[in-house]
Design a protein around this ligand. Structure first.
Ligand SMILES: Nc1ncnc2c1ncn2[C@@H]1O[C@H](COP(=O)(O)OP(=O)(O)O)[C@@H](O)[C@H]1O
Ligand SMILES: [Mg+2]
Length: 284
């Protein structure tokens, strides 16, 4: 069988901003098609810089990036943006049209669709994101959550192969996070490759299988999320806190109760507590 080539390959990437700040150092990273990957780490660790290299917004000062086995060095931002859709942390950095509808239409412009196709696609995406009622409104007059939704919609409508989200759950309420999770699930079913920068530990622990941890321009850990986020040393280094399940596990351990060693998920914990209560009540 032929060995699968990673969809994204970064080899020894380094990046220095024009002012001399070295934001990325010797980054080696592979991401396979259809995977969901999280990037975590302190503010200033280099997360946003790293994803900006993916569509050419910044060009590495060292090393090479390959997407679908092609070096992206000579590819234009416009070209790369068809393949890599980045949704930035602050939606207002990417919204600029006069109305919500125009925002989507503008985004579709580079795809060479007919006028009718653009209209159909626009109506469809506004409906999917529940934004039809704001069609004629200025993006500047949307709530935080709505403008974030519009920013996502304006990228998703182009159907890029790789989706990158920079802190998508930041400032979102529970329902908005739920909407985002269902969106991620939908895109994954279509085979999309998704990268999510997040500080949201519980979200990452529950939904993201692989986590890349960054500090000071380096990747300091890369592996299964439940290993990375349960590692106290790494958590400490990254100014994160342990997932609640782990904290509960450690608290129970202190009580000298018998603990099975592999409580990882909410489900494991529920089963453990159920058995514990059952055993206790049978002793009475
Ligand atoms: N436009 C810029 N010019 C100069 N330095 C920058 C710029 N953007 C970010 N940096 C610096 O690069 C480093 C990494 O930043 P960034 O990639 O934004 O980290 P993160 O997203 O993990 O918070 C930080 O030291 C930051 O101050
Ligand atoms: Mg950032």
């Amino acid at each position: 069988m032929m060995k699968e080539i990673p969809l994204i390959m970064m080899k020894e990437i380094g990046y220095e901003y024009p002012n001399g700040t070295v934001a990325l150092k010797s980054i080696n990273l592979n991401v396979f098609k259809g995977k969901l990957v999280g990037i975590m780490g302190k503010n200033g660790a280099g997360k946003t810089s790293l994803i900006r290299t993916l569509n050419g917004l910044i060009r590495p000062t060292h090393g090479s990036i390959y997407i679908e086995n092609e070096n992206i060095k000579t590819k234009s931002i416009a070209n790369l943006s068809k393949k890599v859709g980045i949704i930035f942390q602050n939606p207002f950095h990417q919204l600029f049209a006069n109305s919500v509808e125009e925002e989507i239409k503008f985004s579709l412009k580079s795809l060479n669709l007919s006028k009718e196709e653009v209209q159909t696609k626009t109506d469809q995406i506004l409906c999917e994101f529940n934004l039809e009622k704001y069609k004629t409104r200025s993006p500047l007059n949307l709530s935080g959550g709505e403008s974030k939704k519009l920013a996502v919609a304006s990228i998703i409508c182009r159907d890029p192969e790789i989706l990158v989200f920079d802190e998508p759950t930041l400032g979102q309420d529970a329902r908005e996070i739920e909407f985002f999770i269902s969106l991620i699930n939908r895109e994954r079913k279509k085979g999309k490759t998704i990268i999510i920068i997040t500080h949201n530990i519980e979200f990452a622990y529950e939904y993201i299988p692989r986590t890349i941890l960054m500090a000071d321009g380096h990747i300091i850990a890369d592996g299964p999320t439940n290993q990375i986020l349960n590692n106290e040393f790494l958590i400490e280094q990254s100014s994160l806190i342990l997932p609640q399940i782990r904290q509960l596990y450690l608290a129970i351990q202190k009580l000298d109760l018998e603990l099975q060693t592999d409580i990882i998920s909410k489900n494991d914990m529920t089963n453990y507590l159920r058995n514990l209560i059952k055993n206790q009540s049978s002793k009475i």
